[in-house]
Design a protein around this ligand. Sequence first.
Ligand SMILES: [Zn+2]
Length: 274
Amino acid sequence: MPELPEVETIKNDLAGLVVRCRIERVEVLDRLVVRYPDVPTFVQRVERAEILSVRRRAKYLLLSLSSGYILSIQLMVTGQLLATKPEEPRRKGLRLIFDLDDGSQLRLVDSSFLARVGALSEGELESEFHLDELGPEANAPDLTLERFKERLRARRGMIKPLLLDQRLVAGLGNIYADEVLFAVRIGPRCRVEDLSDEDISRIYDAMRRILTAAIAQRGTTTRSYRDVLGRKGAYQSSLMVHARAGQPCPSCGGPVQSSMIGGRVAYFCPACQR
Ligand SMILES: [Zn+2]
């Protein structure tokens, strides 16, 4: 599933490829892909609009259009947003095509039917998607150590599910939460009320360092993630524990374990992480 570094990579790719392009036509191949509003209104809000800018909020891609609306794209688990030529064969899982005025296409491909798009006003973006309830971006300059500590201290419970809670900090998902906790040798079940200020400070530093490194490596491809030009990320070769169940821990050599914690599979080393 694309997390902060993957969506950030796609955002940067789009900024170079499609900003200042006009969307000539949109072809909705799967009506369920349009989350908001209905299909005809979506098409009306998007067609013939110029893409003015692109930004990321948590795992949402938000493209500001000259029509005054914002085109939102959520890739969810397996969604891919690919820049292609129109003559490129249409792959299985193709859900939506934007025809751009430079003669290229932007295609949304998703094998698991979960990716969604929308065309919303700023007000609708807040009221429908509740973006104001999201926490600060995990890599944002204004998320200082003090602010992170304050937000974490206001909560109770196991650290791994808390790091995944987008209302606490936005952008972290299963991959990077596992990697952050291994980097600081803290177990995913460790309760936040048992963490020292020093522990929280180490979690914060590891989170920032790992996200920066993963963005520099253009994200992690464990399965389906691709950038806009269809390339894999490279951070998977740096993963210590995530998706490595049964393989030797890079630190102690013991087997990496996986178990369900807070409804998600957590990967960790039971010997190294307390
Ligand atoms: Zn270990």
